[in-house]
Ligand binder design. Structure first.
Ligand code: GLY
Length: 306
């Protein structure tokens, strides 16, 4: 048995590549990094890696993480420029006893020391998008300066029953330089314990971190809930808490994977697409809230054949 689950439709092709690695008996870590790197290197995916969403100063600052579910070791880089594969740098940090979470210049120098190429992660379209948004913001200070902050998160289980997870994002559009979201923070943007399962989050990091939602999901799986029950329950309980605090308009989507390969998802969005790779192929699903549960529909599928 092997399985992977990824956030948003942008993870589809990456899951095909990672799924093939798992099909050949490969390691979950290799498959997850391969899947995320496909997204990081593609400038058409504007919220991750190369061509990602710029901060208010026009620079692209990247956050990424990797967690090994067998050892509970993590690696993460925060607010880092020019690292061509943030998730590869995060994975290279995973296994250290100390100094496994590096930010800024230090993270960049670490990536370079690991042979991860450095490049300018800004592209012409990303600079155009930034200039237009900055001008618009000046014209209307009351406008919401960003829309869209989608992280690629991938959870993987290989045929040796090893589980890992990874995340990568450029974070909020027009963020303040130095701002960190949930994606590199364990328990918030991701968590993985091979005994119970893995979970990850995408959406507004400032809200996700208040609920430690990825840890919450894995904790519920440890208590015997299925991946779907855990994702759905963690989100709906958090929404109720935020309702009580009169905080509305949450933008949070969650994925979960159990050690038996079953999966779950939950969202506050009208529609949250996610992808799943299984021995039978890679499928695209849509998740949408419907009262106190989630509707999950398969919308398309592709085979793992090369
Ligand atoms: N979830 C990504 C971020 O808020 O930066």
């Amino acid at each position: 048995m092997f399985a992977m689950i990824g956030t948003w439709e942008m993870s589809l092709q990456g899951l095909v590549l990672g799924g093939r690695t798992l099909q050949k008996g490969g390691d979950a870590g290799d498959a997850v990094v391969e899947a995320i790197q496909y997204v990081e290197s593609n400038p058409d995916y504007v919220s991750v890696g190369f061509g990602g969403l710029p901060a208010i100063d026009g620079q692209v600052y990247l956050d990424a993480a990797y967690m090994n579910g067998d050892t509970l070791q993590c690696g993460a880089i925060l607010s880092c420029t020019e690292v061509s594969s943030p998730v590869a740098a995060a994975r290279a940090l995973c296994g250290r006893k100390t100094n496994w979470m590096l930010c800024g210049e230090s993270a960049k120098q670490f990536a370079r020391s690991q042979g991860i190429p450095l490049r300018d992660m800004r592209t012409e379209p990303s600079q155009k998008r930034w200039k237009e948004a900055v001008e618009q913001k000046k014209a209307d200070e009351a406008s919401v300066p960003y829309k869209g902050h989608d992280t690629v998160c991938v959870l993987g289980l290989d045929s040796h029953n090893h589980m890992v997870c990874g995340t990568s994002t450029s974070g909020l559009f027009l963020k303040e330089p130095g701002r960190i979201g949930d994606s590199p923070i364990p328990g918030c943007g991701y968590y993985c314990d091979t005994r119970y399962g893995a979970a990850a989050a995408t959406g507004l990091g400032e809200d996700i971190m208040r609920g430690c939602l990825s840890y919450e999901i894995v904790s519920r799986m440890r208590s015997g809930q299925t991946a779907q029950e855990a994702a759905e329950g963690a989100l709906l309980d958090f929404v109720r808490t935020m309702d009580r605090l009169e905080e509305k308009d949450l933008s949070i989507s969650l994925i979960a994977l159990a050690p038996d390969g079953s999966f779950g998802a939950a969202t506050t969005e009208k529609l949250f697409p996610f992808t799943v790779a299984l021995p039978s192929g890679v499928r695209l699903f849509s998740c949408s809230p419907d009262g106190d549960h989630m509707n999950i529909l398969q919308t398309s599928s592709v085979t793992l054949d090369a």
